[in-house]
Each structure stands twice: as C-alpha cells, then as structure tokens.
Design a protein around this ligand. Structure first.
Ligand SMILES: *[C@@H]1O[C@H](CO)[C@@H](O)[C@H](O)[C@H]1NC(C)=O
Ligand SMILES: *[C@@H]1O[C@H](CO)[C@@H](O)[C@H](O)[C@H]1NC(C)=O
Length: 359
C-alpha cells in the first residue's frame, strides 16, 4: 500500500513538472517520452543505453533481426539504466513489437494462427482470446510491454493488402469486432502488456500494391463507409479498453484531402478523440514510411505528427542517432511554440499514465 502511494506521488510530481522553457534538460527528457528508437543487430547499442541514461529515449521497436536468447536480459538492463535517469518517474520504457499472429510475429512463441485463421475458426471470439493470452505470455518472457497489434482493418477482396498475409480477421466489421475485443481484453488482462489498435481508420480497402511503407496511398472511401464499416471495430476496441491506437499513413480525402491520417488533426482529434471518444495514447506507424515522402525530413514529419495530436513517434530505420535527433527536434518545437504547450503537457500525461500502469 505504502509503495502504491509512493509511486503515485512520484508520477504526479513528474506530471506537474511543467515544461520550463529555460530547462533544456527537463525538456529533452519530456521529448524523450515521445520517441521510440530502432537499431540493427541483436545487441542494444551503447548509444541507446546512453539515451536511456540521459532520458532522451522513450522506448524501442524490436524487429525479428533484433531478437535472440539475450534480448530479454538486455531489455532488463536497459530498463534498469533508465530507472536511474531523471526521466524515469516510476514509468518504464515502452518496448514494442509487431506480434499479430501467423506470419507477422517478431518473437518466437506464437500466436501461430493468423488473424484470418482466427476469424475462420469455429469460435472466433474464443480463439482470439487465446491468441491474446498467448501474446501476453510471450511478451512477459521477453520483457516486451506493447504489442503493435491487433489489425482492425476489414479486408475487401482476396489477396488485397491486408489479406495477402492474412492480417485481417475478416471481411465484415462484425467478424473483425468479434475477434479484436477478446484479443485485446486477454492481452491486457495482466495489466503489464498494452495492445495497439491499428491502422486508424483502416487499411482494409487497400489493394496489395497500396503499401504505406513504400508509397503514398489514397483510399477514396466515403465518410459513410468509413463510419459504418472501417471504424466500427474501433468502437469495440475502445470499449475493450485498448491502450493505444496507431493512425495509418494513408490519405482519406473524405475527411482530409491534404494530410494522411497520422498527420491529420481532423482524423486524430475530430474523429478518434472526439467522435469515438478515445482517451489513450496515439502511436505512429514507421516515420520513415514511403507514404510520407512529400512531408519533409523525419524530424519535420515528427513535429507535424505531434502538432496533429500524435503522442509517440516510432523512429524506424535502425539508426539510434535518428531517435536522438527527433527528440531534439520535438524539444526545439516545444521551446519555439510550434508545438502548443498545453497539448504537449496533456500528451506527456497520457504517456506517463500508460507507462506507470505497465510498471
Ligand atoms: C543523450 O545521449 C545520446 C546518445 O549518446 C546523445 O546523442 C545525446 O546528445 C544525449 N543528449 C543529452 C541531452 O545529453
Ligand atoms: C466475405 O467473404 C465471403 C466468402 O468467404 C463472401 O461469401 C461474402 O460475400 C464476403 N462478404 C463481403 C461483405 O464482402
């Protein structure tokens, strides 16, 4: 009980430590909360450890090539280094990966069934619940605490972008909802693992060639279709208490003709937060994505995303130095007022709430 009270006080103190413009050190530590780094190879680089020590790191995204039998202990050491930094505030780093099931698993141990196979099983809800439990137990053994899954897309035709690798639970919003609710509930049941509903408002209508990792993608769906098909599983996921949502990098002209969802105030604030009532953390898809080639450097993209309401930027590309420079760019944008200080403070609070819950 005492320790619970103590950690609550520590967290509140951190939240109330408003960004003091003259304090470079505290601002870079706040900026660190918003940045997920990537790296190459199976050894966490010393630059990542020093970023944890000085607080300019918010977490990691692991890919298959990062993972071996030493991964769990390396993550444990990184969390310990971070816990000794001034940024810690009782809230651990977010260690994220894509564990969708089937072919899209970065860690060994399942779920072996793909989303599509779960949707086609005799009792999709029960099968999805087991898959969620499976992810939680794999993550516990690897010291990983955020799954960048489930995919909420409602696929449209056999072999399209999501169906090609069996990443969609089904071709109706009813079937997808039936699966994602229990998957999220069971994955998050221990309180130590958080799920991410992606890619808002949905990539189910993308054709196989429409891969936002590679090229700009425009999905010309009507707002009515988006509301009555693609966004329906988000209502279920939010009711199930999903902790994070990842907006997509596709453009949906029905609501915003200029900015892809993840750079769009209309999508993040008007649709996700206001219309659907999501109160959790937003996390970006890969900031190096080809879909964003017309939106500047990764630092400019990160600032635009945060201005639109994105809480966390995933700095893919396997260069920890890119993570450092994105954190510096965010700190500069807060200092100069390009990022609104009230929105920044609210975003810091959402991230710290999520992280302290995972401690
Ligand atoms: C934190 O550490 C990283 C990695 O060594 C370094 O690049 C960065 O400049 C440091 N930042 C601060 C504010 O000390
Ligand atoms: C979904 O796929 C099934 C075949 O697996 C098909 O019969 C059905 O018409 C499809 N539904 C929609 C809404 O496309």
């Amino acid at each position: 009980m005492l320790s619970i009270i103590f950690s609550a006080v520590v967290v509140l103190t951190a939240i109330n430590a408003a960004p003091t413009p003259d304090s470079t050190q505290s601002l870079i530590q706040e900026a660190g909360y918003h940045v997920i780094y990537s790296y190459s190879g199976t050894t966490i680089p010393s630059s990542v450890t020093s970023a944890a020590q000085n607080g300019s790191l918010g977490g990691l995204i692991l890919f298959g090539a990062n993972v071996n039998s030493q991964t769990a202990s390396q993550i444990g050491s990184l969390q310990s280094a971070y816990a000794r930094s001034g940024a810690y505030a009782g809230s651990p780093l977010l260690i994220t990966t894509d564990q969708e099931g089937g072919e899209v698993n970065r860690l060994p141990g399942g779920p072996t069934l793909s989303a599509k196979q779960i949707g086609q099983s005799a009792n999709p809800g029960t099968t999805a619940a087991s898959a969620g439990t499976n992810v939680a137990s794999v993550f516990k053994s690897y010291n990983v605490n955020v799954d960048l899954a489930p995919v909420l897309g409602v696929f449209r035709s056999p072999g399209d972008f999501l169906d090609e690798f069996q990443r969609s639970y089904g071709n109706t919003s009813g079937l997808v909802s039936q699966c994602v609710g229990p998957f999220i509930t069971n994955m998050q049941a221990s309180g130590k693992v958080a799920a991410t509903a992606k890619h808002f408002p949905g990539l189910g209508a993308a054709e196989a060639s429409q891969n936002t990792d590679e090229v700009p993608v425009t999905l010309g769906l009507s707002l009515q279709t988006l509301h009555t098909v693609d966004e329906v599983p988000y209502t279920t996921a939010i009711q199930a208490g999903v902790k994070l949502v990842m907006p997509s990098w596709a453009l949906y002209p029905a609501l915003d003709n200029t900015y892809p969802s993840g750079l769009s105030k209309k999508w993040i604030q008007q649709e996700l937060r206001t219309r659907l009532g999501f109160k959790g953390v937003t996390i970006s898809d890969a900031i190096t994505a080809g879909a964003l080639k017309n939106f500047g450097t990764i630092e400019q993209r990160a600032v635009s995303a945060v201005q639109a309401g994105m809480d966390i930027i995933v700095v893919t590309g396997n260069q920890p130095s890119d993570g450092v420079s994105v954190a510096k760019a965010l700190a500069d944008a807060v200092r100069s007022g390009k990022i609104d200080s009230n929105a920044w403070a609210a975003s810091n609070q959402r991230i710290l709430q999520l992280r302290s819950g995972l401690a």
